[in-house]
Design a protein around this ligand. Structure first.
Ligand code: APR
Length: 176
């Protein structure tokens, strides 16, 4: 069974096959994880993103969708960009946050990746509470892994100890 691990660290430093980016629909960069990945990964990543925008993704990437590019100078082989939902107190967008994880894993598996690193998608600029995001992310990954045999390891890379502890609490409730 594929393992799910939690670490505190910088996702751009992870030596895995795929690093998942918490992108926005423009695919043309931003702050947070997106900014770090483009800054550390170099211009090749943005060049690939521009090609996607000039082609199949002319209108950008929809929330919950995922698409791969080169990882440029990162230790990883690919970046899978996904767009998380912005937190809303009025509307339940949980399914979209789960979709980010499902589709990113499927794209990674289609590439032949075996190890994947996720950030805590939507919990920064998109303001999703970490407690809720952790439950959704872990459940979506756990359920999807059973159907994607190629993936041997998923690593959640949390940017601080507090987020790590929240994810660890949620992971302890997963029956796997
Ligand atoms: N490594 C790991 N985690 C990180 C890193 C990093 N280098 N930098 C930030 N984080 C954490 C944040 O602390 C937060 O917990 O990643 C989580 C996601 O935060 P954001 O990067 O702000 O992503 P998100 O909330 O999904 O908002 C996406 O922000 O950067 C823009 O272009 C992006 O518009 C999009 C929006």
């Amino acid at each position: 069974m594929a393992q799910i691990e939690l670490v505190v660290g910088d996702i751009t430093a992870q030596d895995v096959d795929v690093v998942v980016n918490a992108a926005n629909s423009s695919l043309l960069g931003g702050g947070g994880v997106d900014g770090a990945i483009h800054r550390k990964g170099g211009p090749e990543i943005l060049a690939d993103c521009r090609k996607l925008r000039a082609g199949h993704y002319g209108r950008g990437l929809k929330t919950g969708q995922a698409v791969a590019t080169t990882a440029g100078r990162l230790p990883a082989n690919w970046v899978v960009h996904t767009v998380g939902p912005v937190w809303s107190a009025e509307e339940d967008r949980s399914a979209l946050l789960a979709d980010c994880h499902r589709t990113s894993l499927r794209v990674a598996a289609d590439l032949g990746a075996r190890t994947v690193a996720f950030p805590a998608i939507s919990t920064g600029i998109y303001r999703w509470p970490v407690e809720s995001a952790a439950k959704i992310a872990l459940a979506a990954v756990a359920e999807t892994l059973d159907g994607t045999p190629g993936i041997t390891s998923v690593r959640f890379v949390l940017f601080d100890k507090r987020a790590h502890d929240v994810f660890a609490e949620a992971a302890s409730l997963l029956d796997r």
